[in-house]
Design a protein around this ligand. Sequence first.
Ligand code: IMP
Length: 201
Amino acid sequence: MALTLARGARIVAATHNPGKAKELAALLEGRFQVVSAGELNLPEPDETETTFVGNAVLKARAAADRSGLIALADDSGMSVTALGGSPGIYSARWAGPGKDFAVAMDRVRERLEETGFEDLHAWFSCALAVAWPNGGPVVAVEGRVDGTLTFPPRGTRGFGYDPIFIPEGGTQTFGEMEPAAKDAISHRARAFAQLKAALFD
Ligand code: IMP
């Protein structure tokens, strides 16, 4: 039997961040009843995998098995070609304990300076994983958007590394773009489109 996520299903968003749970719920278009791992007091697993998909699967698996519900998890970040894919899965961690992305963006600039700014290509990735409880199946997808880095950072919209990233074919950074314009082409939107095609009834 094909795996599908039926409308109205109760699913757990494997995040302890209320903002992210809301964002995931919005992307799911009100199709499901979404509760967050934080609300269910589920423990937060360490992200010990080496890929976005690996970490999304780990988080979805843990939440599904603990809650007995179908779980959705995401993992995302920015990878820089000239830095061998860094910060990648460490994107959030580069901002330090204060979660200061001015610091993280400056770290990217400093590291690129060491390479002579020859290659400014970067990409955002978003992995989404859905896991069924009791050791059931897992489905994972990954979306990506490629672009070019620019310094200094520009724009006050968005979050994280948005102010230094210009998507392919554009002139504005994600930090300058209308949120709807970013949402139309983002790694997250692309991952969701794949998930919908694979699982929604
Ligand atoms: P996660 O919450 O562990 O998936 O960490 C994702 C991190 O990657 C965030 O803290 C951001 O720094 C970065 N990131 C992911 N998606 C975006 C985006 O759309 N714009 C800017 N930064 C992003």
